[in-house]
Design a protein around this ligand. Structure first.
Ligand code: 3HC
Length: 691
């Protein structure tokens, strides 16, 4: 952390340097240091102009997000710095390269001239953290570029290119070469003190506000509404606008939505770190990738890889299935062209990177092979035995299994240290989650390679140990167990789904299972009936499966799908559920939405805590990221374990104990980790620091 001061004639160049993104951290004293150096420059009689730039790969990635967990008053120092820059009697020229985001752009807007390097990007992404630009951004951006354009930037959170920033008036000059040299050149000519905060209120204010308010959608985060409120408050009185902005920023900072979104931001980065992995471990190089299996999963994985620029050889032993997979891949890539997502040249390159094959020999030189064949140990055995003979001894062999024991699969090859699980979620080209399954023997560099590969193909990769269902599906079973119990006790599917969707799940559990295929859950329940007879499920869902109503793919499941896609409640199912309750002698009762949400959530948390306690997940946040990226858990809700901390573990334990004393109470035995943490006043968050 340093602010370098360089004297260039009558100009003082301040180079900001604070970690990878030059975050404007108040907590570590960085903002204080910048303030001190700005004051020195302003009071230095030999200094006529000031240039501010960032060291490393960007100007500045914004305020330090970890500051927001501390004292809200801290941010005041950043606001003071920004005011000091704008009010400076000497011109301050901002030399922007890489990125200027959030507080970084707010600092830049306080400068009197902004020069950006071509290719850099500028934005106010605070909304993605459930915040508003809280260091003058809502008051200055609209003055510079107009209210409509400013609202679009702030409400989307998407950065604009330097070229667009120039056309909007956000920057004054664009340079191809050295941006600092260009800024020093401008400084030598002592530009006028054009103060952004003194610019008039934009003429499009009223119209822009009305239009954006009309488009507001509900949601847990109040940030969009508050951003509009701040812009609507724009007046000649800058101080009043800034005061409102500061007040609303503080409100948002403390909100559940912002806390959840900040947890997600750091969580996505934390899960990439493998605790205990030595810094000397280097990922292996992955150039040639093979995917075995041309079914739904193999096709999705292949698409995900091709879209990330990874060449793939797909092996499917049946020529007709291979042709079908290839046609589907070509069609999906071409659809991206039709939708304007990519141009034809990119599509052609992706298709050219695809090699279909019907023989496993085609994988003899692969660095990584991902098996996505039928979920049957006999089939896996054939594949892995063949791969053991065909592939290079240093090639990594990955299984996409979601239900089988990875250690048993690894035992099929001579060197089990080269086997790892890569559990993609369907559709693999869309879903961002990748569970990287660490087998008992998986070599550290194989695990590191799997994580690096996941990142390369744009996935949020989370390590899971070996257990039935790994992290995500093991928890989902407990969630569904409660859903089916609630059906027999008195709830209807549409009520459960609506309650969960209103709360923040992308899709309710009944619709989810109709989409995934009720037959899959049925097969698991049959297996469980043998393995765990003491942990029964409600039979109500089996009754539905016995009618061969497997969900969307059969046109009927818990719901009916008259147009093939839209779920509609079915009176026949309502009757079936009510009859089932009567048959088992249960008087149906009204189940509140609150109870639905609470039971679903507690089931996830309790099993999540077992998974962390068993060492299957490294940290609670790993569980959270799996739920956010693989199960449609609302990002603003942070994840199940984050929710547990919000609830408070002692309160949660009380609730679990109450449930454990009730009907099917065996399902609610509190996880030992919850008991331990609650006893010592701990939180799951305390366990997230490892790694
Ligand atoms: N605060 C604190 N830490 C930050 C940070 C920030 N604003 N931005 C990035 N980091 C950290 C990351 O956590 C990561 O830490 P790690 O190495 O320990 O995991 C490290 O910096 C590198 O970040 P990335 O891995 O994300 O690096 P990339 O090169 O992939 O991306 C980036 C760079 C585009 C700047 C991306 O980090 C990003 O989007 N950062 C957040 C930008 C943002 O939201 N800024 C607004 C902050 S809120 C604000 O400014 C409020 C103000 O209005 C008052």
């Amino acid at each position: 952390m340093a602010v370098e001061v360089i004297h260039e004639g009558a100009t003082i160049l301040l180079r900001l340097s604070n970690g990878p993104v030059n975050a404007l951290s108040v907590g570590n004293g960085f903002v204080g240091d910048i303030m001190a150096k700005v004051r020195l420059a302003v009071s230095d009689p030999a200094c006529r102009t000031i240039v501010v730039t960032g060291a490393g790969r960007m100007f500045c990635g914004g305020a330090d997000i970890s500051d927001f967990d501390g004292d809200p008053a801290q941010i005041g120092l950043l606001r003071d710095l920004i005011a000091a820059v704008e009010d400076s009697g000497k011109p301050v020229i901002m030399a922007i390269h890489g990125m200027a985001l959030g507080g970084g752009l707010e600092l830049a807007m306080a400068g009197h001239v902004r020069i950006a390097q071509a290719g850099s990007r500028l934005g106010l992404p605070e909304v993605t953290l459930g915040l508003l630009p809280g260091a003058g951004g809502t008051q200055r951006l609209a003055r510079l570029i107009g209210a409509g354009a400013a609202l679009d930037m702030m409400l989307s959170g998407k950065p604009v290119t330097a070229e667009r920033a120039l056309s909007l008036g956000l920057v004054d000059q664009l340079v191809d070469g050295d941006v600092v040299e260009a800024a020093l050149e401008v400084a030598r000519n002592a530009p006028p003190l054009r103060r952004t905060g003194a610019l008039p209120v934009p003429a499009d204010l009223g119209e822009a506000i009305e239009g954006r308010r009309a488009k507001l959608r509900g949601g847990l985060s109040q940030a969009p509404t508050r951003i509009i409120d701040c812009v609507a408050a724009l007046s000649d009185d800058l101080a009043a606008g800034l005061a409102l902005e500061a007040e609303l920023f503080g409100e948002l900072m403390r909100s559940e939505a912002s806390r959840g979104l900040r947890h997600a931001f750091f969580g996505e980065r934390t899960v990439a770190r493998i605790p205990g992995l030595s810094g000397d471990v280097r990922p292996r190089e992955v150039r040639h990738v093979g995917v075995i299996g041309g079914g739904l999963m193999g096709t999705g994985i292949t698409l995900a890889l091709l879209n990330a620029g990874v060449p793939v050889t797909m092996v499917e032993l049946r020529a007709d299935a291979l042709a079908k997979a290839e046609a589907s891949i070509r069609k999906t890539i071409q659809r991206d062209v039709e939708k304007g997502r990519i141009d034809q040249a990119v599509a052609d390159a992706r298709i050219a990177a695809f090699t279909p094959a019907t023989e496993l020999d085609a994988l003899s030189d692969a660095d990584l092979v991902i098996e996505a064949v039928f979920e049957d140990m006999g089939v896996k055995k054939q594949v892995f035995s063949a791969l053991d003979a065909i592939t290079r001894p240093d090639a990594i062999l990955a299984s996409n299994t979601s239900t089988l024991d990875l250690d048993a699969i690894a035992a099929l090859v001579a060197d089990p240290s080269r086997v790892v699980g890569l559990h993609f979620f369907s559709p693999a080209n869309i879903m961002r989650l990748l569970e990287v399954v660490r087998g008992r023997e998986t070599a550290p560099d194989v695990l590191a390679t799997a994580m690096a590969f996941g990142k390369r193909v744009g996935k949020v990769s989370v390590v899971s140990g070996v257990c039935d269902g790994f992290i995500g599906n093991r928890m989902f079973e407990e969630y569904l167990r409660q859903v089916w119990f609630m059906l027999e006790e008195g709830a209807l599917p549409q009520q459960i789904d609506a309650a969960m969707e209103r709360w923040g799940m992308a899709m309710g559990p009944c619709r989810t299972m109709d989409l995934a295929g009720q037959d899959i859950g049925w097969a698991i329940r049959k297996r469980r009936a043998v393995e765990q007879p003491d942990r029964p499920y409600s039979g109500v869902i089996d009754r539905i499966c016995e009618l061969s109503r497997f969900g969307q793919k059969t046109g009927k499941g818990i719901y009916v799908y008259p147009d093939g896609r839209t779920a509609e409640p079915d009176p026949e199912i309502t009757k079936l559920i009510e009859d089932y309750s009567a048959e088992i002698g249960l008087t149906r009762r009204a189940i509140s939405d609150e109870e639905i949400v609470s039971r679903c959530l507690l089931a996830l948390i309790n099993e999540g805590a077992r998974i962390v306690g068993d060492g299957i997940a490294y940290r609670p946040v790993d569980v959270d990221m799996i739920y956010l990226h693989g199960y449609g858990f609302g990002r603003e809700r942070g994840g199940p374990m984050f929710q547990a901390d919000l609830m408070g573990l002692p309160a949660m334990l009380d609730r679990l104990r109450t449930l454990a004393a009730g009907r099917n109470g065996w399902a609610w035995t509190p996880a030992p980790l919850i008991e331990q943490l609650a006893a010592k006043g701990g939180r799951f968050e305390d366990l997230n620091i490892q790694g």
